[in-house]
Design a binder for this molecule. Structure first.
Ligand SMILES: Nc1ncnc2c1ncn2[C@@H]1O[C@H](COP(=O)(O)OP(=O)(O)O)[C@@H](O)[C@H]1O
Ligand SMILES: [Mg+2]
Length: 628
């Protein structure tokens, strides 16, 4: 698996992405406005709190120092202290309020983002998954969602509060002394300059760190998946060395990134101490020579200037985290905006029964199925599902540059067993991928019971076909659940009957909890052959008119295989089966065998006629050629 692309790309269309996130927040628009108001109010109250410092000093403390016995002054002093305390308590309460509300709003928004993402993922066509790696898709749910959470629950509030504080203190500073304000602004320019230089360096290394982290993660993921292969080829040492190298790169990048980030804070602190001292000296000179600029003004101004410059250090960090989150959100929205698997099908699958010799739709399961075909003139026709499959000169490639199937024509009568044999990569699986429309072919090329498959609703088409895929997947859950996956309304008895048919019953009964045995990750506590038996049982329980078995019995011994075949013959009586098999003994009794080579059917016929032809099949059968 290639390493994940995790470099914090700048969002491409910031406005649009912000709008989209806002849409998710707007479900709680009222609360969100309360949050914004609370953020502004709490930061405003902080400014007001420091503003009260000036009257406290000038009107009460300074006079009280010279006249400590003055009761009136004393009670006024207590009053103003109480007011100050109330202002700070109110501000603190507002911070608590908006933090709580924002957590509620953001977790709810993230819940909906995740669920939209997953719902869309379930609707995406197979080619989408060909183009995106597992790691890439996983990181949408982990890294990108986390980045958005971080932005919503921290960065936004911090940024708004920073802006309000900066503006508030700036106004307060100007009102107190514009000369000193100018001085503070000069110092600020110096601070910004340092942030730009040091911060820029650190940002560069942060990008490197992210890329190195992605590589390390990708490598670890790949090695966990391939652990057995690593051991088989004794590649542990080599793997360790490769990992050391990547880990080293990560360490180097992280050291640089954090060194610059960490020296930024001390540098900033020192500069701001120096600037504090300079402003204090200038302010003292001013206070000594001025009638209006008193000690209180000086103390409050120093507090203002401190609070005014503080947010600048954090702001760049907040902006970075917002940019990272927006880039992540953009990746998530890109997937949400992907075109879902198209389905223009209007022919549907319904239960049917014959009444006086006429095929009619019914609402209960009869074992007979019909294609319900609405026509332009408003009439409906019903065609019984028989399982007749035709390929009419189908040419197909996954990518335009490479044609995989060349001019394939075939005709499977209902109830026939059609087999495909041919070397690996010949295109056998591709043919089955087309029948169930994992990939699309032009109109009219593939017909099912005489109906162009592009007209059939995909879900109904797939419901009428059961497939045992070459790479069967089992889900976590019990054995019984996994069999029932084939048809959710199947009873336990039907599932067990299907297992018997697939000859899986005897091994299942030997599992610790029989049918209730919990399967672990993708059936890792079963043998490959047992997984295949369960997959066959799952397909059998669906009881479809067409069954496709793609190398379904390749890991099963020949005796079990022939037992399954007998069971299947019963089940598939009067239905169509496509079999892709490695073992030629399996395909012997097929009605038709197609020999595929490089996407071309080079021979076709039943076993006897193919043997008589003395072509490729004959060579394969008599062992002159091995299937590779
Ligand atoms: N998802 C895919 N994207 C692109 N090419 C593919 C894909 N799946 C298979 N192919 C290519 O199509 C050809 C036929 O593959 P397949 O039908 O799986 O062969 P097989 O006969 O072994 O089942 C191979 O050359 C393979 O590389
Ligand atoms: Mg295959």
């Amino acid at each position: 698996m290639p390493p994940m692309k995790r470099a914090p790309a700048k969002p491409k269309n910031m406005g649009k992405t912000v709008g989209r996130i806002f849409q998710y927040l707007s479900a709680h628009l009222g609360l969100f406005l309360v949050v914004i108001a609370a953020i502004i109010a709490s930061s405003g109250l902080q400014v007001v709190g420091s503003y009260l410092l000036k009257p406290t000093i000038d009107n009460f403390i300074t006079p009280l120092v010279s006249d400590p016995q003055n009761q009136e002054l004393m009670s006024g002093f207590v009053m103003i202290l109480v007011r100050m305390a109330l202002v700070y308590i109110a501000s603190g309460a507002l911070v608590w309020l908006y933090a709580r509300l924002m957590i509620f709003i953001s977790t709810d928004a993230l819940f909906r983002i995740r669920s939209d993402l997953f719902r869309k993922m379930e609707k995406l066509p197979i080619p989408f998954f060909d183009k995106h790696t597992h790691g890439e898709l996983m990181s949408l749910y982990t890294n990108d969602v986390d980045a958005i959470r971080d932005m919503l629950s921290n960065s936004i509030a911090n940024l708004i509060s920073a802006v309000v504080t900066v503006v508030g203190y700036f106004v307060a500073m100007v009102m107190t002394s514009w000369i000193l304000t100018l001085l503070v602004l000069c110092m600020l320019v110096v601070i910004m300059f340092v942030i730009k230089i040091v911060g820029g360096k650190s940002a560069k290394f942060f990008v490197k760190q992210q890329a190195a982290l992605g590589k390390v993660n990708g490598f670890v993921e790949e090695m966990i998946e391939g652990q057995k292969v690593v051991k088989v080829f004794c590649h542990e040492e080599k793997t360790k060395m490769d990992f050391e190298k990547l880990n080293d790169d990560l360490c180097h990048a992280a050291t640089n990134a954090h060194t610059f980030a960490n020296i930024l804070m001390p540098i900033m602190n020192n500069i701001s101490h120096i600037s504090y001292a300079i402003v204090a000296i200038a302010g003292a000179i001013l206070a000594i020579n001025s009638e209006t600029f008193l000690l209180g003004s000086l103390v409050t101004f120093l507090t203002y200037s401190r609070n005014f410059t503080r947010p600048f250090g954090q702001m760049s960090q907040q902006i970075n985290s917002i940019l990272t989150a927006l880039a992540g959100a953009e990746r998530i929205f890109a997937v949400i905006d992907e075109t879902p698997e198209e389905d223009n099908g209007y022919v549907t699958l319904v239960n049917a029964e014959y009444r006086d010799g006429v095929l009619c739709e019914t609402d209960h399961r009869t074992g007979i199925w019909a294609w319900k075909h609405p026509h332009h003139d408003g009439t409906l026709t019903y065609t019984e599902v028989k399982g007749k499959v035709e390929f009419d000169h189908v040419t197909f490639g996954y990518v335009p540059e490479k044609t995989v199937l060349h001019d394939i024509s075939l005709y499977a009568k209902p109830g026939q067993k059609i087999s495909f044999v041919g070397s690996t990569g010949a295109g056998k699986t591709t043919i089955t991928n087309l029948i169930n429309r994992f990939y699309d072919v032009p109109d009219g090329k593939i017909r099912y019971d005489g109906i162009n498959i592009n007209k059939i609703k995909k879900a109904d088409l797939r419901r009428s076909l059961s497939m045992v895929l070459q790479d069967s997947h089992l889900f976590s859950g019990t054995v019984l659940d996994n069999i029932r996956y084939g048809r959710l309304d199947a009873t336990d008895e039907e599932c067990i009957a299907a297992a018997k048919l697939a000859n899986a019953d005897s091994f299942i009964r030997h599992l610790p909890d029989g049918y209730q045995t919990e399967l672990e990750g993708d059936g890792s506590n079963l043998s490959q052959g047992q997984v295949q038996l369960l997959a066959i049982a799952r397909a059998a329980v669906a009881d479809p008119p067409v069954l496709i078995l793609d190398e379904a019995t390749s890991s099963i011994d020949t005796r079990t295989e022939s037992l399954i075949e007998k069971g299947m013959d019963q089940l598939m009586n009067g239905r169509t089966v496509f079999v892709i098999a490695h073992r030629l003994s399996t395909v012997r009794n097929s009605h038709a065998i197609m020999v595929l080579e490089n996407g071309v059917i080079i021979e076709r016929g039943d076993h006897d006629s193919l043997i008589a032809q003395r072509g490729k099949y004959y060579q394969l059968y008599t062992g002159m050629f091995e299937l590779s």
